[in-house]
Design a protein around this ligand. Structure first.
Ligand code: BGC
Length: 469
């Protein structure tokens, strides 16, 4: 067992730690967004038919599903920090290999590998940040992760456009992801393992050592909280525990939010915005791409607003307001298509703005935040990875059914269907999602274990013994 280092070590800002880990989110956003601009060039290089094009887009989602499944166990066994280090290396190598792929089959294989990284990052990054954060600002810090996802998407549009203008085609578009990959690898080497992972392994001295190195943390209070929570349940965390009484509600909330986050149709807007604009009369491709970039930038800006509100207004208010906004946006979008879309580009832009702003202040950040804060330490990695897995499966299902739905129900019917799911999401949030603002991770655990009632922090057994074991 590693001993705590007796030498006083430099303190680290929790913002530095958060920004480094959030690079995993940036890579998630970049690597999912990059394909939209690269596709045109891939079609030329590999002479792709439409099925192969769909494969080029969806294989990253399949990789992400695999990545989300395998991460829970790895994350628990080797720790959050080493998992992130592995991811940094995987993203870097994946970016370079994709850029030099000599044929389409290898291109798909390398995209699958990058997809595994994305799925894995979407489970480990929120968990890592949430376990590092002082509870008062946990919402804000985990929202940095979603902010990084949106920046990654916007950045990928810009980079695609840049290399397209230079006439350099798709290879540099994919290779550029190596830069954040290297930054993540180097940054995480300078960062720390989480106190809660150490504690779950019985390494209390290391847990205290980390808390003493995080600027502004309260080591005694936090260790007390972690200790009482871990002593409630001495068992080793197992996946089956997620289905036990109490925690099955947490699982329902986590998986419900995961699926609904995708079923409100966000990625049809993210991936298909240029097509939507063209079908309402924005004639030139470049104006459609420009309008899409506006959607990307508004997504980033609205997420910044969420960052400041999530610990003040709370998660529930954001979810409820956001669902109402998404329902209005989708209703309007459906109406544009029902009435006859030609020359309704301004109304379409307004409807898409309302929708994306509403998503970016609610389901975007709050789902990922909750996936990382509602499960107890022993099963947090398993819980987060189950949520992330459900989210990627739902993402895949929406992506492969969108065009079929448009053909079957028409555009208006499709957006109204997403709007109806928005109504269900609203009901789900009002009735089942607890307000976790200002609660420690251990209080949240107490909520599930006490029949969904809050237990004040002081009622936890105080830490009376030493930490070493
Ligand atoms: C979702 C992604 C989506 C992105 C858009 C994320 O929270 O999980 O599927 O593309 O938000 O900003």
């Amino acid at each position: 067992m590693e001993q705590a280092n007796p030498r006083p070590q430099k303190q680290l800002s929790v913002y530095f730690i958060t920004c480094v880990a959030a690079l995993g989110g940036l890579l998630f956003g970049y690597d999912t967004g990059v394909i939209s601009g690269a596709q045109l060039f891939l079609v030329q290089t590999f002479s792709l038919n439409s099925q192969q094009q769909e494969l080029a887009v969806s294989c990253v989602l399949v990789g992400a599903i695999i990545g989300a499944v395998i991460t829970g166990k790895i994350n628990d066994a080797i720790g959050r920090k080493k998992t992130l280090l592995g991811l940094g290396i995987l993203f870097t190598i994946g970016a370079i290999l994709t850029a030099i792929a000599p044929n389409f089959v290898l291109f798909l294989l390398f995209r699958l590998i990058v997809g595994i990284g994305i799925g894995s990052a979407s489970s480990v990054v929120p968990t890592y940040i949430s376990e590092m954060s002082p509870f008062q600002i946990r919402g804000k810090l985990v929202t940095f992760y979603q902010l990084a996802v949106t920046i990654g998407i916007a950045l990928s549009y810009g980079v695609d456009l840049y290399f397209a203008h230079l006439g350099m085609g798709w290879p540099p578009m994919f290779a550029s992801a190596a830069i954040p990959g290297v930054l993540l690898t180097v940054g995480i080497l300078m960062s720390l393992e989480t106190p809660r992972w150490y504690a779950s392994k019985g390494r209390w001295d290391d847990a205290r050592g980390v808390l003493e190195r995080i600027q502004g943390a309260d080591p005694d209070f936090e260790l007390n909280e972690i200790h009482s929570s871990l002593s409630i349940d001495q068992q080793k965390g197992r996946l089956a525990d997620l289905f036990g009484p109490g925690l099955r509600w947490a699982l329902l909330v986590g998986v419900g939010l995961a699926v609904l986050q995708q079923f409100v149709g966000v990625n049809t807007v993210i991936y298909y915005a240029p097509t939507i604009f063209q079908s309402v009369g924005v004639s030139s491709a470049s104006s459609a791409i420009l309008a899409t970039s506006v959607v990307g930038i508004v997504n980033v800006l609205a997420t910044i607003v969420a960052l400041f509100l999530v610990d003040k207004a709370g998660r529930r208010i954001l979810l409820i307001a956001g669902c109402i906004g998404m329902i209005i946006g989708l209703g309007l979008l459906g109406a544009v298509f029902a009435i006859g879309p030609t020359h309704a580009s301004l109304v379409t832009l307004i409807a898409l703005m309302i929708y994306i702003i509403a998503f970016a202040i609610s389901m975007g950040p709050v789902f990922w935040l909750m996936s990382a804060e509602i499960f107890p330490t022993k099963v947090r990695a398993a819980g987060a990875s189950t949520c992330s897995f459900s989210n990627w499966v739902a993402n895949f299902l929406v992506s492969v059914t969108f065009l079929t739905l448009i053909n079957g129900l028409g555009s208006a019917g499709t957006f109204w269907l997403y709007g109806i799911i928005g109504v269900l999401t609203l009901v789900f949030c009002i009735t089942l999602v607890p307000e976790t603002k200002g609660k420690t991770l251990e209080q949240i655990e107490g909520y599930w274990m006490n029949n969904r009632h809050w237990v004040p922090s002081t009622q936890h057994t105080p830490l009376s013994t030493g930490h070493g074991d």
